[in-house]
Design a protein around this ligand. Structure first.
Ligand SMILES: NC(=O)c1ccc[n+]([C@@H]2O[C@H](COP(=O)([O-])OP(=O)(O)OC[C@H]3O[C@@H](n4cnc5c(N)ncnc54)[C@H](OP(=O)(O)O)[C@@H]3O)[C@@H](O)[C@H]2O)c1
Length: 328
């Protein structure tokens, strides 16, 4: 297989680098309701440098959200690409009520409010991103009722007509929801949780059927797949990974096969992070991983994955066998 330098944002036809960068972690601390939802303290200078360093290495696709740092991550993206707006493709997300000054995000009181607030939420993101159009606008509520999603989709179509957004998608792991959005002409993507130990065949099937891209969140298992964390690792109280569910991941059966999987991922000189990205590229021609970064070093390492390209078919089979305890 060749080097996956470019991929399409589904049927929008918008071309992006096969690797995007996620910006949840660089939003800094914020609360979702009463729970910490950021990744601890950040150094904005380092965040900007990390984004620019990715850009200098051929990455032109950046995923952010109004939520991340209650508006802060969007502002950091704007700062990183001042004067370069036309050279990057920016995806952001909506669906929640922001208190920027209080660094807090809450759910709207009623489902219908998401639609009622959509135009204003879009304007607020445009302002923070210092742009007049959002390339990809994503619905952030993973588990929003599928029977009410058509109204959100139709309101997004209106934003396309108004020239505020170029295309849209749903950030959801529910294939039924993805199907409802796919019926809209300018729906181009699904954003779903996907990595080497968490496949998403049903979402990929919807993407194949409707010509959508699968943008992969959590491609490094929130850092876990890089091998640097153990079940004894400690996180700051304002890091979302201090919550119990992150530790629980270390006790799942999948963790037993991880060291062996990592050997396959790193054969050929890749780091574990680069191998995890290569698995996603090999899994489908529609995947676009968006690893989060906090430092220039991470940015460089992840961008370096592009030069290696996807895993081979033999390596993919080897990993599948390891996951299912079969011998190849
Ligand atoms: N739609 C949604 O609801 C949703 C949900 C989750 C994520 N997302 C999007 O998807 C993006 C990616 O997901 P994610 O950030 O949750 O998880 P991820 O990409 O799996 O993990 C990112 C984290 O791993 C560590 N890391 C990154 N590169 C590394 C490297 N080369 N070596 C060692 N460690 C490295 C960094 O954290 P440390 O250095 O602190 O370990 C980084 O913040 C997010 O940034 C966001 O844009 C969307």
């Amino acid at each position: 297989m060749g080097m996956p330098v470019k991929r399409r944002l589904g049927r929008s036809g918008i071309e992006v680098s096969a690797l995007g960068i996620g910006t949840w972690a660089i939003g800094g601390p914020w609360d979702f309701g009463t729970s910490p939802a950021g990744w601890g303290e950040v150094d904005d200078g380092e965040s900007v440098a990390a984004l620019r360093s990715a850009f200098d290495r051929g990455i032109g696709f950046f995923d952010t959200a109004a939520n991340y740092g209650a508006g802060h991550a969007e502002r950091i993206v704007a700062r990183a690409f001042t004067g370069k707006r036309d050279e990057v493709v920016i995806a952001t997300k909506f669906g929640y009520r922001l208190d920027e000054a209080g660094k807090s995000v809450t759910e709207y009181d009623q489902d219908g409010e998401v639609v009622d607030r959509l135009a204003a939420d879009c304007e607020a993101s445009l302002r923070r991103l210092e742009t007049d159009v959002i390339d990809l606008y994503q619905f952030h509520i993973n588990e929003y009722p599928v029977d009410k999603a058509g109204a959100v989709r139709d309101a997004l179509e209106e934003l396309v007509v108004a020239g505020k957004i170029r295309c849209y998608g749903w950030s959801t792991d529910n294939p039924d929801g993805a199907r409802v959005f796919a019926l809209g002409e300018h729906c181009a993507t699904v954003q779903n949780n996907m990595n080497v130990v968490h496949d998403a065949p049903e979402i990929l099937a919807v993407c194949d059927e409707f010509d959508l891209a699968s943008i992969n969140r959590g491609p490094l298992g929130m850092g876990l797949l890089t091998g640097k964390y153990t079940k004894d690792s400690a996180f700051e109280a304002n890091d979302v990974r201090s919550a119990g569910w992150f530790k629980d991941w270390f006790h799942g059966p999948i963790m037993e096969s991880l060291p062996a999987i990592r050997e396959v991922l790193t054969a050929g000189g890749r780091t574990p992070a680069q191998g995890a990205l290569a698995w996603l590229w090999a899994r489908s021609g529609r995947t676009i991983p968006i690893p989060g970064i906090r430092t220039t070093a991470q940015s460089e390492e992840n961008a370096g994955a592009l030069a290696f390209g996807p895993l081979t078919r033999a390596q993919m089979i080897e990993i599948e066998d390891l996951l299912h305890n079969r011998s190849s």
